[in-house]
Design a protein around this ligand. Structure first.
Ligand code: ZN
Length: 78
């Protein structure tokens, strides 16, 4: 199995031919199972889950993950 490139995320847009190319390429080597859409509803990125347990929820833990955690914390506080 080949090592995926470090930049394996692409915006999920039907007008973006790159997204289709990624889908085709990852389907060929079976890694499509690790392609996920970001858990942030206002993000829309598709990312490759590099984590061992395959439980990554965000395209970026420091970006969307942090943002969503902050938002959840704020919502709890009211
Ligand atoms: Zn994201």
């Amino acid at each position: 199995m080949t090592t995926p490139p470090s930049t394996t995320r692409a915006r999920c847009s039907p007008t973006e031919p790159g997204a289709v190319q990624i889908s085709v390429r990852t389907a060929a080597d079976g890694s499509w199972q690790r392609m996920k859409s970001c858990g942030a509803p206002d993000c829309g990125w598709v990312f490759y889950d590099h984590s061992k347990p395959h439980h990554a929820r965000w395209c970026s833990t420091a970006g969307c993950g942090n943002r969503m955690k902050t938002r959840a914390y704020r919502d709890r506080k009211g």
